[in-house]
Design a protein around this ligand. Structure first.
Ligand SMILES: [Zn+2]
Length: 295
């Protein structure tokens, strides 16, 4: 039987039924605003009941890290109004069914491992690069839960010592250099015209040399971050997901070159870097998957 999944993102929240094959049906979206947690949860409850889905439990993926008890958002600088709010309990009251709460980066990794590019991998690292950069890892069929139920803040590996200040308070993190806003800003500062990363990628694919160079730079920083992560985590497969991955091989070729040039021989021979397959569906499908596994 399909399971209802909810993906609470930084700006948009998606609800759908997720089939046992990962397929999504009956998608509904609401804004993640208004910045008022009880009001937001009530709104979710109304949309859920209007849909009329039958689901014994609901999987909910939320941006950021979750508490060890999986009952609240432990940390997310982009959704401070959700931090430490008793989210699982409030959702269970509003939806009328048990809720499994999971970090979004874990959910995306789980979905790609189960239904996407991670199928069959024994140690699968899935890095999502969009506005923020985060990741999850499935090892031996289980999500790696090191701290705050995730593998760590893997988008904040330092790739440029003394580099730009990051949202996390560190300097020169991968996110500070390859986050969507950072790339779009560099493009505009150099005279390019683009509102966001998607438009920079469109320019790059159309052959704009400035956009190509910026995407290649992002690929090289990403490759450096992955080299460090692979030396610690020894993934056999690494998927790049999120808005930045839409650049495809323009991003991944320089990423792979820098990765194999810098990672240890063992990590370099073990890991293969691929583009994720499920796109925006990954987190939503993974939310459903976490309720199917009943972890
Ligand atoms: Zn950082």
């Amino acid at each position: 039987m399909p399971v209802a999944g909810i993906d609470i993102g930084g700006t948009t929240t998606k609800l759908a039924l997720v089939g046992l094959d990962g397929k999504i049906e009956g998608l509904r979206t609401i804004p993640t605003a208004p910045g008022n947690a009880p009001e937001f949860v009530n709104r979710l409850g109304v949309v859920f009941h209007e849909a009329g889905w039958r689901s014994d439990q609901v999987g909910v993926a939320v941006a950021g890290f979750v508490s060890e008890a999986h009952d609240a958002v432990a940390y997310n600088p982009n959704l401070p109004w959700l931090e430490r709010f008793p989210l699982r309990k409030a959702l269970e009251n509003a939806l009328g069914v048990p809720v499994i709460l999971e970090a979004d980066s874990n959910a995306a990794a789980l979905a790609e491992w189960r239904w996407g590019v991670g199928c069959g991998s024994g140690r699968f690292l899935c890095l999502t690069a969009g506005t923020g950069v985060g990741g999850g890892m499935v090892a031996g069929g289980k999500l790696l839960r090191y701290a705050y139920e995730g593998v760590g803040d893997v988008g904040h590996v330092i790739v440029a010592p003394g580099g730009p200040l990051c949202s996390c308070g560190g300097k020169g993190c991968a996110e500070a250099l390859v986050g969507a806003n950072a790339i779009a800003k560099r493009f505009r500062d150099a005279g390019g015209a683009a509102n966001d990363l998607r438009e920079v990628i469109e320019e790059a694919i159309a052959g704009n040399p400035l956009a190509v160079r910026l995407i290649e730079d992002a690929g090289r920083w990403l490759g450096l971050a992955l080299a460090t992560l692979a030396n610690i985590l020894f993934p056999d497969r690494i998927a790049i997901a999120g808005g930045l991955s839409e650049a495809g091989d323009l991003l991944l070729d320089p990423c792979r070159a820098v990765f194999h040039d810098n990672a240890s021989t063992f990590a370099s021979e073990t890991a293969r870097i691929v583009k994720a397959e499920l796109g925006w569906r990954a987190t939503l499908a993974g939310a459903g998957a976490s309720a199917m596994l009943d972890e």
